[in-house]
Design a protein around this ligand. Structure first.
Ligand code: 13P
Length: 251
């Protein structure tokens, strides 16, 4: 099975439920590109109402932005992967740099979260990426390799069918500064090589690798046309339906 082109939005902590429904329906009504998988990563509270509003035929899939590494228990304020799976939410975003930074999620915890999500039957959009300091020190490849090896290398090749990787250089997130197409391509190629060495050619060729960090309509086409860039994980530009629809049509 060839890897898919994916346009994923990460709404982060934005929109009320009503605003989210309006945005999702605008995307549903405006989208014509049937070759792209569209994923909306929305706040927990929006998952159930959006699930009810979005037509199954629209090909829009929902993602949670996090889940806990245990399935139940005394974890006030947390969300179990089993609850997401019972709601038939297909995806969860794990390892976003904002959660790594503000919620102190490290590679070891993320490894447990990945396991819990996969066991519940969720697919994982696993985020990785380096800070500006790490890039300037020339350690971006080894940093990303460690993020992948510490959190994903215990998985089997068959588990990897349910993993999408999102490379999001922290210096490009919300800054308006996008990685150049060459910078994105060389990291994506490196990630695919890492997957090939660890899991084999089939996993490497079939895993979708998304780029995230100031993706917008004006740069999506050139980014998505790189051979190892299979789409985007889009923050700010996914909150405007016209802009996100242009991104969806950039493949
Ligand atoms: P921006 O597109 O706003 O830079 O955010 C990227 C991101 O963090 C997606 O997860």
């Amino acid at each position: 099975m060839a890897r898919k082109n994916i346009a994923a939005g990460n709404w982060k902590m934005n929109t009320t439920i009503d605003e989210g429904i309006e945005l999702a329906l605008q995307i549903q009504d405006g989208q014509r590109n049937k070759e792209v998988v569209i994923i909306l990563g929305v706040p927990f509270t929006h998952l159930y109402p959006l699930k009810r509003k979005i037509k199954a035929s629209s090909k829009i899939l929902l993602a949670a932005q996090n889940c806990h590494h245990k399935t139940s228990g005394a974890y006030t304020g947390e969300i179990s992967p089993l609850v997401l799976a019972a709601l038939k939410i297909p995806y969860v975003i794990l390892g976003h740099s904002e959660r790594r930074e503000y919620n102190h999620e490290d590679n070891a915890l993320l490894s447990q979260k990945v396991d819990a999500a996969l066991e519940a039957g969720l697919k994982v959009i696993f985020c990785c990426g380096e800070s500006l300091e790490i890039r300037q020190a020339g350690q971006h490849f080894s940093h990303v390799k460690k993020q992948l090896s510490d959190s994903l290398f215990h998985l089997s090749a068959s588990h990897m069918k349910n993993i999408v990787i999102a490379y999001e250089p922290i210096w490009a997130i919300g800054t308006g500064e996008t990685a150049t197409p060459q910078q994105a391509q060389e990291m994506h190629e490196e990630i695919r090589n890492i997957l090939r060495k660890k899991f084999g050619k089939r996993v490497a060729e079939n895993t979708s690798i998304l780029y995230g960090g100031s993706v917008k309509a004006s740069n999506a086409t050139v980014l998505f046309s790189q051979p190892d860039v299979d789409g985007g994980l889009v923050g700010g530009a996914s909150l405007k339906s016209d802009e996100f629809l242009k991104i969806i049509n950039s493949f």
